[in-house]
Design a protein around this ligand. Structure first.
Ligand SMILES: *[C@@H]1O[C@H](CO)[C@@H](O)[C@H](O)[C@H]1NC(C)=O
Ligand SMILES: *[C@@H]1O[C@H](CO)[C@@H](O)[C@H](O)[C@H]1NC(C)=O
Ligand SMILES: *[C@@H]1O[C@H](CO)[C@@H](O)[C@H](O)[C@H]1NC(C)=O
Ligand SMILES: *[C@@H]1O[C@H](CO)[C@@H](O)[C@H](O)[C@H]1NC(C)=O
Ligand SMILES: *[C@@H]1O[C@H](CO)[C@@H](O)[C@H](O)[C@H]1NC(C)=O
Ligand SMILES: *[C@@H]1O[C@H](CO)[C@@H](O)[C@H](O)[C@H]1NC(C)=O
Ligand SMILES: *[C@@H]1O[C@H](CO)[C@@H](O)[C@H](O)[C@H]1NC(C)=O
Ligand SMILES: *[C@@H]1O[C@H](CO)[C@@H](O)[C@H](O)[C@H]1NC(C)=O
Ligand SMILES: *[C@@H]1O[C@H](CO)[C@@H](O)[C@H](O)[C@H]1NC(C)=O
Ligand SMILES: *[C@@H]1O[C@H](CO)[C@@H](O)[C@H](O)[C@H]1NC(C)=O
Ligand SMILES: *[C@@H]1O[C@H](CO)[C@@H](O)[C@H](O)[C@H]1NC(C)=O
Ligand SMILES: *[C@@H]1O[C@H](CO)[C@@H](O)[C@H](O)[C@H]1NC(C)=O
Length: 776
């Protein structure tokens, strides 16, 4: 038996370990060239690329943390090598936030063997360096999404192996050069959402006949299409919307059997449309021709597409009736708005799910609607046509409907009891600008729990607001402006927690605004306009305590649906409002807009001190009431206020100088009150029109504003003759000129404030008569 001393055992242990260490080190060194696929040059290029990134990115990004020397670079995340050569041939860092620009000498461009490169959604910015041209083996290049700039197409035109190229949604620009015509292997080309130009697409596309996806939408292209599009026999998806393509309708395009999606919307195409020589096995599902200059009838030949699901022809000059074409209808989206179509709505359209016919000249419905199955229709937009007479009785059979827009027609008669059925499940209802009359049946909203928007403004409706509205737990906007409603203030609406906009303007509402027996609520109100009614009573000091949405700034909570951006109405109508605006600086198309208009009533007593809580308020109009006493000091806390009209009340005391420190307050009116003392010196005040202070006999300091020579408070006798009765309001505004179209609840408010300018210098300088003034 061998005895090993304790110490030597220990020593031999160390020796053994050391031996194994040496062996493993040797084996490792020996094995490396055999096991490692990735060449050192390739690895170093990748690491170089990684180290170009901001330190935080390279550390925090999970995919890049695997890029370290402990493992073979062919196994790093996003990296693939050629099995034989060990060269990196694929790099996919899609949606890894790199937040970087590409340097000309970047390690990336040393990966000369790359065939697949995807940096989509990597937050790259800056120019693409010309070294990209070194990656001449690329077949797949994806640099789409966030912020690349500069001209790149000359470069890309050299990458002749490309099959897939996506540069979409950057800020790239420049002309597409002829060299691009050499990319004959391209099957997928996505360059939408840039600022590219090209004058000769027919030349560029001449030999790119392998294309199956061609998305060049939303650039600055002004060109025509190749005359014979049928040569692109693999084409499935073609989107060139939002450019300035011109020429006739590309009939030859529709001979391609594989075609499923075509968008020509938003260009300058002109002339009639026609589909000839279309294969009966056509796969076409979506056809977008909106916003061009097409005219003539909608041809029968459109019915040749058995698989058509979406047809958008809005914003052209199509004429005639639509009695002839019958494509696959059930659940189809059909948008024919903004044309010059006329006549009867044929019965077979009852099978469509989205039927948008607004702004045409349709005037009647086929009899067969009465007996049709109306359960397919979800959206029915009939605004601004020539419909007249009572609501057709089938309207009560429409369910479950999502949107019903009958606005701006001449429908008349009363709203039938059975309309209650239509409202079940409905989200948006507009009966605005028709001739509806009579009383709205009180139970009509009993089951309308999904209703978010109700607009019945501009009719001749009378009686009480239907109390069943309280069941509309989703109600966001109620507009009854310009009817003959005769009711007390609907305090019961104040408990509706989603109500953002309440407009009772220009009706015959009466009685006190404040009801001590009902808690005030209105926690979500953003805009309230109860002007031009017969409201009276006082408002207690705490009146505004509960108006939370005007008190605290809230990010858009998402519950407020702002409309489907897929439909152009929001933008179109908004722009219309802007263009019509009198004083453009107040064309507010803002969802954060907050406004109160109580003007033209007979509310008296003090302005509630709690008004100072409404820090989000942009516009306050209390004019034409009988408010008395001083302006509450708290009003000077409304830091977002842009317009303030307190004219035509019985307010007294001094105008608080601190109002001048409200930096956005640009329009004020204090006229026709009993204010006294100096007009504050602030520039906000000095910039006002003289008329904003007139008829306050004890107010002084107007010289700077009105000039020295003008008599500011002449004797009544002198003014009487000069005044016209309609010249009653100095500032008027249209609160919540609600612009919405089908499915679109437009930003929800467009406020216009404007001066009723009297350009006659004399009229501006002199006050007008009013009853209180004359009595003095
Ligand atoms: C990394 O991020 C942290 C906070 O996220 C920051 O304090 C630090 O300065 C950043 N380091 C670099 C080098 O950007
Ligand atoms: C190095 O990469 C391996 C995976 O390849 C990973 O497990 C390891 O955590 C990485 N090391 C560092 C320091 O990030
Ligand atoms: C990206 O980097 C820039 C500076 O290089 C920095 O200002 C910006 O905050 C970064 N963004 C993100 C999302 O990391
Ligand atoms: C690109 O190629 C050119 C010449 O072919 C060469 O001079 C340059 O160094 C290359 N750039 C990179 C980043 O590899
Ligand atoms: C395209 O390639 C040719 C020939 O290799 C070269 O002369 C030219 O400079 C390249 N163009 C660009 C923009 O890189
Ligand atoms: C297209 O490619 C051919 C051959 O590769 C080349 O000779 C020609 O110069 C290229 N055309 C353009 C406009 O770059
Ligand atoms: C298309 O290909 C033909 C035949 O190869 C060639 O003659 C023509 O120049 C090419 N067109 C363009 C624009 O490159
Ligand atoms: C349709 O096909 C016929 C016969 O094949 C042909 O004569 C005609 O020119 C084609 N029409 C169009 C617009 O291509
Ligand atoms: C429709 O035709 C009228 C004149 O007939 C023209 O002014 C208008 O621009 C045309 N609209 C479109 C979209 O082509
Ligand atoms: C209402 O319709 C008429 C014609 O039917 C049209 O002229 C007018 O512009 C429309 N008004 C609105 C607000 O759409
Ligand atoms: C509705 O309008 C039609 C004409 O369009 C008219 O004959 C009828 O008297 C009107 N009915 C009511 C109740 O106003
Ligand atoms: C309305 O709701 C009540 C009870 O919630 C129900 O009995 C009635 O059938 C509903 N009416 C309609 C038209 O759905």
């Amino acid at each position: 038996m061998m005895i090993i001393p304790r110490q030597s055992y220990c020593l031999s242990g160390i020796v053994t370990l050391y031996f194994f260490f040496l062996v493993s080190l040797f084996l490792h060194t020996l094995a490396s060239p055999l096991l490692q696929f990735c060449g050192h040059g390739q690895r170093d290029a990748l690491l170089e690329f990684k180290h170009e990134l901001p330190v935080n990115k390279s550390n925090s990004s999970p995919s890049l943390s695997s890029w370290n020397k402990t493992s073979d670079c062919c196994f790093w995340e996003g990296v693939k090598c050629d099995a034989k050569s060990g060269k990196v041939i694929s790099l996919d860092l899609s949606f890894t936030s790199l937040n970087n620009s590409l340097k000309p000498n970047s390690g990336l461009f040393k990966l000369h063997h790359l065939r697949y490169l995807s940096l989509v959604g990597c937050n790259l910015y800056g120019e693409i360096p010309s070294s990209l041209g070194n990656l001449s083996h690329l077949t797949h290049l994806d640099l789409s999404d966030n912020d690349l700039v500069g001209e790149v197409m000359a470069l890309v035109g050299n990458l002749t192996q490309l099959r897939y190229l996506s540069l979409s949604n950057n800020k790239l620009s420049g002309n597409i050069p002829v060299s691009f015509a050499n990319l004959t292997k391209l099957s997928h080309l996505y360059i939408s959402g840039n600022q590219f130009t090209c004058v000769d697409f027919p030349l560029i596309l001449e030999n790119l006949t392998s294309l199956s996806v061609l998305n060049i939408a939303n650039n600055h292209f002004e060109s025509t299409l190749p005359r014979d599009m049928s040569r692109f026999h693999n084409l499935e998806y073609f989107d060139e919307g939002g450019n300035s393509f011109s020429g006739p309708f590309p009939t030859s395009l529709f001979m391609i059997p594989s075609l499923t999606w075509v968008t020509l919307s938003g260009n300058q195409f002109k002339g009639p449309i026609e589909f000839s020589n279309t294969s009966s096995s056509s796969k076409l599902q979506s056809l977008y021709l909106s916003q061009n200059k097409f005219y003539g009838p909608i041809p029968k030949s459109i019915s040749k597409f058995p698989n058509l699901e979406s047809l958008y022809l809005s914003g052209n000059n199509f004429t005639g009736s639509i009695s002839t074409f019958i494509p696959k209808l059930v659940n189809m989206f059909l948008d024919l708005s903004d044309n010059k179509l006329e006549g009867e709505i044929p019965g077979w359209l009852a099978g469509v799910s989205t039927l948008m016919l607004s702004r045409n000249s349709f005037n009647s419905f086929a009899k067969s609607f009465e007996v049709s199955d109306l359960s397919y229709i979800e959206w029915l937009g009939l605004s601004s046509n020539s419909f007249r007479g009572p609501l057709p009785s089938w309207i009560c059979k429409l369910r479950p409907l999502d949107l019903l827009d009958l606005s701006n027609n001449s429908f008349n008669g009363s709203i039938p009891q059975c309309f209650k059925n239509t409202l079940v499940g409905l989200r948006e209802l507009s009966l605005r600008n028709n001739d509806f009359s009579g009383i709205i049946p009180s139970e009509i909203f009993a089951n309308a729990t999904k209703l978010a928007l109700v607009d019945v403004s501009g009719n001749k409706l009378e009686g009480k607001l239907p109390e069943s509205l309280i069941n509309c737990e989703s109600l966001q906007l109620l507009n009854v402006k310009g009817n003959r409603f005769k009711d007390k203030f609907p305090s019961w609406l104040s408990s509706m927690t989603s109500l953002h906009v309440l407009i009772l303007r220009s009706n015959k509402f009466y009685g006190p605004v404040y009801d001590p027996h009902v808690s005030i609520g209105f926690q979500s109100l953003k805009v309230i306009d109860i002007s031009h009614n017969d409201f009276t009573g006082t408002l207690p000091p705490f009146y505004f305590w509960t108006w939370r949405e005007m008190t605290i700034s809230s990010e858009e909570d998402g519950s407020m649906y702002m409309g489907d951006p897929g439909f152009g109405d929001f933008y179109r109508l908004s722009m219309e409002m802007v263009n019509k605006g009198v004083d453009t600086k107040f064309d507010l198309i803002r969802k954060d807009f907050r406004a109160i208009d109580f003007s033209g009533n007979n509310i008296f007593g003090e302005i509630p001190k709690s008004i100072g809580l409404l820090r989000e308020l942009h516009l306050l109009n209390l004019s034409g009431n009988a408010f008395a006493s001083n302006i509450p000091q708290s009003l000077t806390k409304l830091t977002k206020l842009e317009a303030l009209d307190l004219s035509r009340n019985q307010l007294s005391g001094q105008i608080p100088p601190d109002l001048g420190s409200l930096s956005f307050l640009s329009t004020m009116n204090f006229s026709h009150n009993n204010f006294e003392g100096p007009i504050p010196k602030g520039t906000q005040f000095q910039r006002q029109n003289c008329s904003a202070f007139m008829d306050n006999p004890k107010l002084y300091g107007l010289e700077d504003i009105c000039g020295q020579t003008h008599v500011l408070n002449p004797k009544p006798q002198e003014t009487e003759d000069l005044l016209e009765p309609e010249e009653q309001q100095v500032i008027s505004w249209i609160a919540a000129a609600i612009a919405y179209g089908p499915g679109v609840f437009c930003g929800f408010v467009i406020g216009h404030i404007f001066f009723t300018h009297k350009h006659d210098w004399f009229m501006e300088m002199f006050p007008r008569s009013n009853p209180r003034r004359s009595a003095r």
